[in-house]
Ligand binder design. Structure first.
Ligand code: SF4
Length: 459
């Protein structure tokens, strides 16, 4: 990272005005894009929900227009969505392909999900052709060739709250330049206590995020805070609120742009897990303090917001009694999404469910009853193997006696749902819920999963 970091903070009546001003403050679009260059615009494209889970279309339109003014030959727009969702799934729901074409750009199907009815072999061949194996630190990362090969790389990051990293920084946006399966941090061996105590999951996740950022540095970063979602976060419309901060932060470097964005939101960058890890690994904070700032005065901006809940047991979901043990960031993050997802989209279904005990982490608290115990994650499953609730006593016939006398016998408790994974993923968990609670008790979830499972089968 050299010393020529430039960051601009702008405001305006709408995101379009604010982004134009921001780029102009940095020297104008021609400073970033030259005639006949190819451009990739990395956006947030997470779920089949709209803004602000995904990019603000107004900001995107303006950036596409600016690139065209600068004479860009070809403009791609893209990202990889959450978990098993394909780009086609999201595009079809949001009309993204048509939208990007209308404005003279192209939605990049980085996952080849637009190629219909092709054989498994053909799919594998395409996958191989679309990714390049890049060596970073000690690992090999498969990165899309399309992004590697463009002349210029722009990141438009919609900033919202984030359960683990306080806010969704551009570093997190850049992380989804690779498919979800390559982003996943999975611990294959038996979980040792140290893994949880040291929160190795979080350390590994941060290292991978920073590795991806290093592979292809963005030429222009736009942290879009014009509308900022606070509270529970963008996947979760319940308990969340959109706040019009009306600021856009543009910069020529991701770390520097994120650093200023954190400050705007009143957060100490040195206390942010991602930023502090980067600072520790690199030359220190001194360079970041020499950022060439333009536009609004940072000291005049005073903004406070409601953060995500940082403890799983503080998330209230009807019928779910949370019994936590020792957990690391993996089960925290996935439980956070699961619980909030349920209370946002499946509120009606929750009425039909019985009371459940949701046990998460190593050595979790005792369930309220032997009925409907959800064991979330490998730690909860393994460390409760010998617990009393695993068996129930029932009246039966003692086969050891001659006349099969009546006796109290121990049986395996079948009212337990094991949700494996370290941590488990959301889609598998929801499919397991459908099987355990029966589809008729979860009509909305059943409809949602049918649609999701079908589109994935076809793609
Ligand atoms: S099962 Fe969950 S709590 Fe245990 S190590 Fe894995 S992610 Fe962490």
């Amino acid at each position: 990272m050299n010393n020529a970091f430039s960051v601009s903070i702008t405001t305006g009546d709408n995101p379009n005005d604010a982004v134009i001003k921001g780029i102009n403050n940095l020297g104008g679009i021609s400073k970033f894009i030259e005639k006949d260059e190819t451009v990739f615009i990395k956006i947030n494209l997470t779920m089949i929900t709209g803004f602000p889970s995904n990019v603000n279309f107004n900001t995107l339109i303006e950036v596409i227009k600016l690139c065209k003014t600068a004479g860009a030959k070809k403009i791609y727009v893209g990202s990889f969505p959450f978990e098993n969702l394909t780009i086609k799934d999201v595009s079809e729901e949001l009309g993204l392909k048509e939208f990007t074409e209308y404005f003279g750009s192209e939605l990049a199907f980085l996952d080849n999900s637009d190629k219909l009815k092709i054989s498994k072999e053909e799919k594998l061949r395409l996958q191989k052709e679309s990714f390049k194996e890049v060596e970073v630190q000690d690992s090999i990362i498969k990165y899309p060739k399309l992004i590697l090969n463009v002349d210029k790389f722009i990141c438009i990051n919609q900033v919202n709250v984030h359960p683990l990293f306080d806010i969704h920084l551009s570093l997190l946006n850049l992380f989804s330049c690779i498919p979800f399966k390559f982003r996943k941090i999975e611990h294959q061996e038996d979980v040792e206590k140290d893994y949880i105590i040291a929160d190795q999951y979080k350390t590994d996740l941060i290292s991978r995020i920073l590795d991806i950022y290093e592979i292809k540095k963005s030429n222009l970063i736009i942290n879009d805070l014009f509308y900022f979602m606070e509270g529970a976060g963008p996947f979760i419309y319940k308990d969340s609120k959109i706040n019009p901060i009306k600021h856009i932060v543009c910069g020529n470097e991701a770390i520097a742009t994120d650093y200023i964005t954190l400050k705007i939101l009143g957060l100490n960058p040195k206390k942010n897990f991602l930023m502090s890890h980067w600072i520790e690994k690199n030359i220190g904070i001194s360079n970041l303090e020499k950022i060439n700032l333009s536009g609004e005065n940072l000291e005049d901006i005073n903004f406070t917001f409601k953060q995500c809940k940082k403890r799983i047991e503080d998330i209230y979901v009807q019928k779910f009694n949370i019994k936590k043990g020792e957990i690391c960031s993996g089960c925290f993050l996935q439980s956070y999404y699961l619980l909030n997802f349920l209370k946002t989209f499946f509120l009606k279904d929750l009425n039909y469910l019985p009371q459940c005990s949701y046990l998460v982490g190593a050595n979790p608290l005792e369930p309220d009853s032997p009925n409907n115990i959800l064991l979330y994650g490998d730690c909860a499953i393994k460390t409760t193997e010998k617990r009393e609730f695993r068996t129930i006593e029932k009246e039966g016939k003692d086969i050891k006696t001659l006349f099969l006398k009546k006796a109290i016998i121990e049986k395996k408790n079948k009212k337990i749902l094991e949700i494996p994974g370290c941590p488990p993923n959301l889609q598998d968990t929801l499919n397991l819920f459908l099987r355990y609670f029966k589809k008729s008790n979860l009509p909305t979830l059943n409809f949602y999963m049918k649609k999701l499972n079908k589109t994935q089968k076809n793609s």
